[in-house]
Design a protein around this ligand. Sequence first.
Ligand code: GDP
Ligand code: IMO
Ligand code: MG
Length: 420
Amino acid sequence: MTLDVVLGLQWGDEGKGKIVDVLADTYPVIARFQGGPNAGHSLHFEGNKIVLHTVPSGVFRQNATNIIGNGVVLDPIIFKKECETIVKMGVPVRERLAISKKTHLILPTHRIIDAAQEGAKGASKIGSTLKGIAPTYEDKIGRNGLRIGDILAPDFISKYNALKEKHIAYLKQYDFEYDPMQDEAEWLEAVEYLRSFNIVDSEYLVNELLGSGKKVLAEGAQGTMLDVDFGSYPFVTSSSTICAGACTGLGVSPKHVGRVYGIFKAYCTRVGSGPFPTEIFDETGEEIRRRGFEFGATTGRPRRTGWLDLVALKYAIMINGVTDLIMMKSDVLDTFDTIKVATSYIVDGKNHSQMPYGVDAEVTPVYREFPGWKRDLSKARKEEELPSEFLSYVKFIEQETGVSIKIISIGPDRDQTIIR
Ligand code: GDP
Ligand code: IMO
Ligand code: MG
């Protein structure tokens, strides 16, 4: 069977959590393959609202197996809180979840290093979520990291202390005050809690499930424009957010990849620093933020807002090999007289259809304008109920990208989803 992948095509927060929860009905296995608690995936169903940071968004579907893959980085404190909330909702999370032994652990000192590094960058800070993501991946690639499999070994505490001491020595270069014992007791208690979970060689598990005819849905975090290679470097996250990341983050061959679902908002948002060519700075941007409730699900920070950017979207479709597009938050644009879409950029006086290399490039988007539909989309349940102005907007995106929009989302709830 195939490994199908759901991933964000913009700067994160496209609505991946909602769509994975919707699709999880038809997938027996859901797997996270990268990122960590920098992610905040919101789910709304049957009157419940929840934000997941580490646990895959299939956890609320009764018969789904959820896997946290080797490509993920996990903070035991955040994981424990999240699982306790899920258990309170009556969901037996331990029975529905398997965690890779090779998943890397975020230590309290990783979070301290994240804050020290960001502080030292001053005005050029990345706008990190301060969850310790970059320092944990640095230790992974630098071959110093601790993995979940290590918590099962008798020498775990001495390994933990050795890495903590390395971090304390590293932090000496920063003029940064911190308490090296900060959160340590809570973290060690959360590691105990983590031990009671199903910790497995998840690459064997995923391949066995695929071999036995089960479809696997890989759930991306962040978005293509935050990818460590293809995003607006250095204003990116530290993992491979793209389709290829699902293979390395789960241990599955590319030959198993089937559908690639690319999720995008009907407009754009970005949280944190870095280039954002179609950003809107006036009242219209404010209205998108207000109507779309564009505040970070992890940090609560206001998200920057802008018009849909087809240069960036086509780039993301190319990098990921997207087979199906999913358009989110269409209802947020209900009230606007005019909807704009960037079709190319002017850089140095010339028209460009490709993403510029440098993050400092002066980019002026070239817009195409569409009449707004000025109707409430949120109650539609069938394509026939959607206004013609909106369908023209959808058709234009399909023509420009050459990919069909298979799902249209018109509200945060599971039910506010039109599958075409
Ligand atoms: P993720 O990180 O990609 O899972 O997305 P987030 O959960 O961070 O942000 C998406 C936000 O939009 C959440 O608050 C969702 O509940 C909400 N949302 C998802 N789809 C829609 C939609 O179609 N319309 C509206 N109005 N909100 C949506
Ligand atoms: P989901 O999965 C939006 C952004 C941060 C910052 C940059 C680096 O919910 O879509 P990091 O903490 O990873 O070192 O931050 O990436 N960022 C996100 N933006 N959605 C996310 O995840 C994000 N995860 C990280 O704001 O600009
Ligand atoms: Mg999010």
